[in-house]
Design a protein around this ligand. Sequence first.
Ligand SMILES: [Zn+2]
Length: 255
Amino acid sequence: MRDELSKEPIGYLVASPWIVELMMQELEAEFFSANGAAMYIPIVASPDAELRQKFDSVNIPVRGTYSAEEVGLIASECSKCPGFFHVAKSNVVVEVEPFPGFGAGQSRTGKVLVTHLHSYATPFIRYDLGDIASLSPSCECGHNGPTLSNIIGRSKALLKHADGRYSVFHLRGGQMAEAIELDEYRIRQTTLTDIVVEIARERDISAEECETVRSLVRKFSGDEFNIHILSVRNIDWGESKKRLGFRNELLARDL
Ligand SMILES: [Zn+2]
């Protein structure tokens, strides 16, 4: 990928944060500026502060868009307030259906419902994208129109707590690989109180390594979960083509 990116000036870099984080494990941010990246346009999810900071440090602006295959552009990231997205009002009407228990006092946070204004053959009316976000009537920058923030893609990176709350679970592959030598891994929330971590590699993992992984996962999950570490040779991904590092088996049923 590095060789390909070096062949021509990059221009607009359009990629998911996971792909870019993966590249950043091998390449410095300077690689992107040296190879002519004019802007980073994250898709699928919002990059975290650390990744933004890396692009900031080499003066590459990060400007996300929020879109869906079914309706096209939904919102564009504010040039002044990172993480806030101005809704494309001429294309869609966005509503959020409050999602009980998500965060405290965030009454406008919930499931994103979009109505597409231009799909006559197949109307999309209050269509549930499976995403969660907060909606405000305006943006801090002065933009006087609906603005989305805290966009959490496809509800998959959420932990469900016993008290009904949801929290974001964002442990990156790189952090896992730094903590323990592994071929692959998978983390699953299986019940309200249990998280199962499978670590796949040739030899068994030691008690000490188990503890390292357990405390890493706990940093992101909070203290109330029983975290089970399984040492396996291979992970049985079944039919699934998407090998997600985290899967919430409760939400897969709920939402
Ligand atoms: Zn704004």
